[in-house]
Design a protein around this ligand. Structure first.
Ligand code: FAD
Length: 459
């Protein structure tokens, strides 16, 4: 391809949203250019989903070796070697990275390394060259946010990016933000041996989840010795001699070696030519319709850059939607209500559909029922020594509109929950399906048996 090439699709940003569009577009015969300033794979692969889950798994191994006697196995836990943890984590990333690079190459995508800028509705400038496209996809993602006056120094006051490469186990850490990113780091660090305190301004940890899930997570964290302070907002942070002191709005103070700021992520959209080229934005997010089209006919946008759920699998779905639409396939909008959510701490919190409170808002309080199946009644969970619950939210005599699960490995159950939700299966239909015994998956079946009025391992 030379300077006169006009690609079918030029993609700015090679994260989950951008590369999914590139792979699917190329598969459908589009001539695609993919521009990435850093590393193909973006946040999810290098600074997000994958490395955090590797840390959490290392934490699980640490917990298991510390607690192995409860299974009759003698080990002596001697601590965590962060260099070894990073080696393991980096190997996982490297393997996936190589695979992804191979896919991009084999699908004949023109991959351009460099920082791009939208120069017109049909071009991106990168490395001093103009790359032209009949269509442009903006997929520049997001970066960690902070608060006014709270400067992330990368040393004592850090973001998730720094937390992923920390060369030591902090003796103590304050995690500002009890959302998904905050509780995952809190969980991993506690497993590694840190003293952890989570500060969350809202009333619960993982506040977007069903209140029951939040409460179960709080109970489990309390049992693990993870401290948290809920319902009061952060006011300021100051350096102490060897750490950081955080003061809350009510005057309460906390001190620790490091402060992780995990209050959310903001879109990467400034200085990239979006506004200059007439792309409508709101607080930095690029606005799109349900087909991911911006107000500029040649420009689409996906992923964390747009104001939808900030999840890798949402980015994938949105990217694929754009590629298929541009290739002329019939597409349907992403069903955001049906997107599964997993928080991978110990224990895991997984859900799909509406919380009970939301379902009551939508359908009316008297039309909604719920049931909880405790994992104590599930053989495999007992074997794994994990506590938790599966809660189903149902529209009376109708379909299940919310599945909320707490317990180790519950993230792996969210696939079936998602089918139940998206296919609007009735409890009696799910109850009819035979679930393998003993699996944790069986608990989901048992919860439906209970909801269908025929509980088996439950009163
Ligand atoms: P990104 O992945 O951020 O990719 C954007 C890319 O654009 C980047 O590679 C960037 O370098 C590039 N770029 C930006 N500007 C330019 C430019 N001017 N020129 C060229 N390139 C540019 N999601 C889940 O679903 N599951 C999880 O378990 C999960 N865990 C997470 C844990 C953490 C700690 C974090 C931070 C995030 C996690 N996420 C998780 C969220 C997930 O990582 C994001 O939703 C996803 O990466 C968004 O994809 P994206 O393509 O929109 O953006």
């Amino acid at each position: 391809n030379d300077a006169s090439t006009v690609f079918d699709l030029v993609i700015l940003g090679g994260g989950s949203g951008g590369y999914a569009a590139a792979l699917r577009g190329a598969q459908l015969g589009l001539d695609v250019a993919l521009i990435e300033k850093n590393k193909l794979g973006g946040t999810c692969l290098h600074n997000g989903c994958i490395p955090t889950k590797a840390l959490l798994h290392a934490g699980e191994v640490a917990d298991q070796s510390r607690e192995s006697e409860q299974f009759g196995v003698k080990t002596s836990f001697e601590g965590v070697d962060m260099a070894g943890v990073h080696k393991y984590k980096d190997e996982v990333i490297a393997g996936l990275y190589k695979g992804l690079q191979g896919l991009v190459a084999s699908r004949k995508i023109t991959y351009i390394e460099g920082e791009g800028r939208l120069s017109s509705p049909t071009s991106v400038d990168v490395n001093g060259q103009r790359v032209q496209g009949r269509h442009i996809l903006l997929a520049t993602g997001s970066v960690p946010k902070t608060l006014p006056g709270l400067e992330i120094d990368g040393n004592r006051i850090i973001s998730s990016d720094h937390a992923l490469t920390l060369d030591r186990v902090p003796k103590s850490a304050i995690v500002l933000g009890g959302g998904v990113i905050g509780v995952e780091f809190a969980s991993a660090w506690k497993s590694f041996g840190s003293e952890v305190t989570v500060i969350e301004g809202l009333k619960h940890l993982v506040p977007v989840e069903d209140e029951n899930s939040s409460k179960l997570l709080e109970r489990a964290f309390r049992k693990r010795g993870i401290k948290f302070n809920l319902g009061t907002f952060f006011q300021k942070a100051e350096y102490t001699q060897d750490g950081v002191k955080v003061t809350l709005a009510d005057g309460k103070e906390f001190e620790a070696e490091i402060l992780l700021v995990a209050i959310g992520r903001g879109p990467v959209s400034q200085g990239l030519g979006y506004e200059e080229n007439g792309v409508a934005m709101d607080r930095g997010f690029v606005l799109v319709d349900e087909y991911m089209r911006t107000n500029v006919p040649t420009i689409s946008a996906v992923g964390d850059l747009v104001p939808t759920l900030q999840l890798a699998h949402v980015g994938f779905a949105e990217g694929i939607l754009v590629a298929e639409r541009l290739a002329g396939l019939k597409t349907v909008p992403v069903d955001y209500d049906g997107v599964p959510r997993v928080t991978y701490c110990h224990p895991e919190v997984a859900s799909v559909g509406l919380t009970e409170a939301k379902a009551k808002e939508v359908y009316g309080a008297d039309k909604v029922v719920s049931i909880k199946f405790p994992l104590g009644g599930n053989g495999k969970s007992r074997i794994l020594k994990t506590a938790g619950e599966i809660k189903l939210v149902q529209v009376k005599d109708g379909a299940v509109v919310g599945v909320h699960m707490v317990g180790d490995r519950m993230g792996e159950q969210v696939g079936e929950a998602q089918l139940i939700y998206n296919w609007e299966a009735l409890p009696a239909e799910v109850a009819q399906l035979i679930h393998a015994h003993p699996t944790q998956n069986e608990a989901l079946g048992e919860a439906h048996l209970a909801l269908a009025g025929k509980p088996l391992h439950m009163h």
